[in-house]
Design a protein around this ligand. Structure first.
Ligand code: WTA
Length: 646
């Protein structure tokens, strides 16, 4: 029987974490928010105590807008903090459980991770990598990706990890922009059972770059590869020649730990620069309080190490806390659509952090798949990367968390480095679809274009008013773009996130999505997220995306792309029903001009809907490079459908 159409925006229930959860939470003092506000500097100073410093800092921060420095004159090392300091108490504890797509697995204790990292670091030195050299890492989800990152950090060489699924052009662009002379890659890896020739992609990328000194190649897939004499080196060969004793470099707090390339609204990807001290302080404390990491937890973040989520919450945050981290190499539907649930069951995963897109996909596949597995080990769930609509939140809460796991909906960005707006699971009641409130010490404001705070209930630009330890330090090599992108809207002391948000009468923050995706219909501003949320609240809809289509009279009209639930069938009647549904829920102004039924939506390899492409399809313009899409074929299919409906 069809469920009645529910209104996503009418979801007003509040969910409390259990008393038991609260009592045991790493942070359960509601006064922490006030304390951090009253003594901003003292708060961050106390949090910085969780990190081991070779030389303690002498000043908490310095703010010369838009530039900040944190924990000035402190010296430390990221790999020391993730590894060495745990060895005396946790040497035998599992640090990484790696599950390969082909159901092979490997584990590393903290001792083993330490030795592997030191050897890797010595191998890099042997190849000539020096403190300050930027090393590009182009590895899939294998333990060596984390080991390589920690090895770079150990010797003071900033890493720049490029998502393994990116094309060779994308890699070349990033290697060139960073001026990397060293690249770490592998022979290949399996994705949904098919071999990806990573070494060939690397070779193609480096073909036109003439300053590459060495390529260090991890043997992962036993793929036969072409080797460039003198340039390419096998990790397993050099590993035998190097020692495992590698003292950590003493790094200044403000030394760069890594670059992470990310897309902006315009131009080519920009290298977001993160520092050492502030980044580690920010990721350590958020991992500890938001994910409530305990010694016996098995923590699983399904992001790829090639994105910021993987950096902060697969590698640095959890390892700084001495946690056991699960890493999965492959796809959620390989070999079957219940792969994630079988992993949770097999390893007794207790904390699970994933993206709304994934959750909505699981919904589409059906609740019978998680129901086949024992997921009772789970105690906390997380969401990141895009707004989670209440329907998906509730499904996650019920069918994965068995109504007992708090859900932390965490808002942050590549640029923020750490989680910025989130529930604290031992303190804050949750509302499905709200990221709740800023982390202690974070000052968020919702502003209009002139920089005035908007009243409660009104949408505005999500801005950050005070500096924070793990904030972006620079766009690599482009100071002008750094200022223009983030610090030009209201002045150099207010960070412009690019997202829209509003607060409710309880002060809860609701993220509306990127403002670059706002649609103006007859001068009225509508959030794509709002309309999408409404569409997916319809029981026949599994996934939806909305784009603005240029219209001579109204400026723009709304086109909704809809992926139906299994069992639902596309018809003109359903089209009308969905248009009316949106009009009824939000207002006639939001009624989509058209609904296109799609088999899939254009997505990045990390599962985000590629709006640029969808917008181009909608408006019959050139979608540009679609080679980095997860499913490039969908572009032609949608174009055809859009043209047919014109
Ligand atoms: C979006 C990912 C709503 C947002 C960590 C932001 C979210 C962009 C959430 C950054 C959330 C991330 N709710 N939207 N919980 N988390 N976003 O740099 O639009 O890949 O600006 O960092 O993702 O994406 P990025």
């Amino acid at each position: 029987m069809k469920e009645t159409i529910e209104s996503s925006l009418a979801e007003e229930r509040v969910f409390e974490p259990s008393e038991d959860f609260k009592a045991r939470a790493n942070m359960n003092d509601p006064g922490i928010y006030r304390k951090a506000e009253e003594d901003f500097e003292g708060f961050w100073a106390s949090v910085a105590e969780d990190i081991d410093w070779f030389e303690k800092w002498d000043k908490v921060f310095e703010w010369k807008p838009p530039h900040s420095k944190w924990f000035l004159n402190g010296s430390l090392n990221a790999s020391y903090n993730c590894l060495d300091r745990h060895l005396s108490s946790k040497g035998d504890k599992t640090a990484i459980i790696w599950e390969g797509e082909m159901e092979n697995n490997r584990t590393f204790t903290y001792d083993e991770l330490y030795y592997s990292t030191c050897r890797f670091a010595n191998a890099l030195k042997e190849l000539g990598v020096k403190k300050g050299d930027i090393v590009t890492i182009y590895l899939p989800m294998i333990p060596e990706a984390v080991i390589a990152m920690l090895a770079c950090a150990r010797i003071g060489a900033p890493h720049s990890v490029v998502f393994a699924g990116f094309s060779h052009e994308a890699l070349a662009q990033r290697v060139e922009d960073a001026g990397s002379q060293f690249v770490i890659t592998c022979d290949g890896y399996y994705h949904k059972g098919k071999l990806v020739d990573q070494k060939e992609k690397t070779d193609n990328a480096l073909e036109k770059l003439d300053n590459i000194e060495h390529v260090l190649v991890v043997n992962h897939a036993a793929n036969s590869v072409f080797f460039t004499e003198g340039r390419d080196v096998w990790w397993h060969d050099i590993e035998k020649q190097v020692d495992y004793d590698c003292p950590p470099e003493h790094m200044d707090s403000e030394d760069t730990l890594f670059l992470m390339y990310t897309s902006g609204t315009t131009g080519k990807p920009k290298g977001v620069v993160h520092s050492t001290g502030g980044y580690l302080v920010g990721t350590a404390i958020t991992a500890k309080w938001v994910f409530d990491l305990k010694d016996d937890d098995v923590y699983w973040c399904t992001a790829d190490v090639g994105w910021i989520t993987g950096h902060s919450y697969i590698a640095y945050g959890p390892l700084l806390n001495g946690a056991t981290v699960l890493m999965y190499e492959g796809a959620p539907d390989y070999p079957e659509k219940d792969r994630f649930w079988s992993i949770i069951e097999n390893y007794g995963v207790t904390i699970f952090y994933t993206a709304p897109t994934a959750i909505r996909t699981f919904m589409k596949w059906g609740k019978q798949l998680p129901a086949k597995h024992d997921l009772s080990s789970l105690r906390l769930l997380g969401s990141v990367g895009e707004p989670i609509n209440p329907k998906a939140w509730l499904w996650y809460y019920e069918h994965i968390g068995d109504k007992k796991c708090p859900i932390v909906d965490t808002w942050w960005q590549t640029e923020t480095g750490m989680i910025m707006i989130t529930p604290l699971p031992g303190i804050t009641p949750m509302k499905p679809g709200s990221a709740v409130r800023p982390f202690p010490g974070i000052k968020v404001s919702i502003l209009d274009e002139e920089g005035n705070a908007v009243p409660e209930g009104h949408g505005g630009y999500l801005a950050i008013k005070k500096p924070w330890p793990s904030m972006i330090r620079a766009i690599y090599g482009d100071e002008e773009r750094f200022i223009e992108t983030y610090w030009s809207m209201w002045g150099k002391d207010t960070y412009m996130s690019g997202d829209g948000a509003h607060t409710d009468s309880d002060g809860y923050v609701w993220i509306l999505g990127r403002l670059d995706d706002v649609i103006k219909v007859s001068g009225h501003r509508l959030g794509t997220m709002e309309i999408e949320s409404s569409l997916v609240a319809h029981s026949d809809v599994a996934e939806a995306a909305v784009e603005g289509k240029k219209d001579e009279i109204k400026g723009e009209v709304i086109v909704g792309y809809v992926v139906l639930e299994t069992g639902a069938s596309a018809s003109d009647k359903l089209k009308e029903e969905l248009r009316k549904h949106v009009a009824d829920e939000i207002g006639p102004i939001a009624r989509p001009a058209d609904i296109i039924f799609a088999d899939d939506l254009p997505k990045t390899r990390s599962g985000k809907i590629m709006r640029r492409v969808l917008r181009a399809i909608t408006n019959n313009t050139d979608p540009g490079d679609v080679s980095t899409l997860q499913n490039p074929d969908v572009v032609e299919e949608l174009k055809r459908k859009v043209n047919l409906s014109d």
